[in-house]
Design a protein around this ligand. Sequence first.
Ligand code: NCD
Length: 320
Amino acid sequence: MQADWNQTGHLLGLEGCSRSSLISLLDDAAQLLPIARNESTGTGEFIGRTVATLFFENSTRTRLSFTMAARRIGADVLDLNASTSSTAKGETLLDTALNIQAMGVDAMIMRCTASGGPQLVSQHARVPIINAGDGKHEHPTQALLDALTLCQHFQKKTLEGLTIAIVGDIASSRVARSNAFSLTTLGADVVFVGPPSLVPPEMESLVESDRDGVGTIRIAHDLDAVLQDIDAIMMLRVQFERHGGEGIDERYSQQFGLSTARADRLPDGVPVLHPGPINRGIELDPEVADGNRSLVLDQVTCGVAVRMAVLQGLLRGQSS
Ligand code: NCD
């Protein structure tokens, strides 16, 4: 198990994070929401500091919201364009990261296809490393923004007593894994829903749920059977780039897509989340994605606030 993020000086994952450190980070992020909503001006606390974004996998929301978050706290952003960088000439991830560190950056935000890539770099780096998604492993800031969105929606500091369905390609999803750690640590029960090929039985033992106040994880293969038992539903994209989507056909959408008809059978007030990018018509109908239940754009705004909180927490721990 990983150590709690605030003891390591890096944010590599949410496995092992305590409830108190999650609550305190979410509290900080909630305070920053007016800035994330552009209702008040940024803090300027880190003027003169520079954070680097190293994205070796595609990204829209995560990279831009880290950039926005860094600027809102006054920091400059140095952005590596991975497709035109020397990684295309065979340079290793670690060499690239250490070269960028040598330019004098104060933190590095990394996304890569290799699970454990940010952890490896953190063992050699002297600046904070933030994992922005590593392969199928973890995507901690996504799960933090999901938790903030849910806490704001339900007006609660923890998620005790709530049951949250995470539906889709669980096996390949770093979002599902990070959420399993944070949601259960905040007290929610999680139901992973999808076909057996995308929801392997071992996902049920991802967390030790006999710890005090920690929620449980269970698996369901029939989405319709759980609709009445849940307080929120998070739809995930099928990760075609990781497995080619073999065996995924129109039956997938019929059984596991959140169509308008299926969404109408959810109890009143059950919100719909999705980390993006949405494959409209596959896992989520456009009417649901844009409808009253959707928190999709709130998630994006919460992402800026959470990333500001993470960056300021880590940069404060660094001597300037
Ligand atoms: C997710 C990711 O990259 O893991 N997206 C995101 O960060 N907003 C989920 C996905 O790609 O489906």
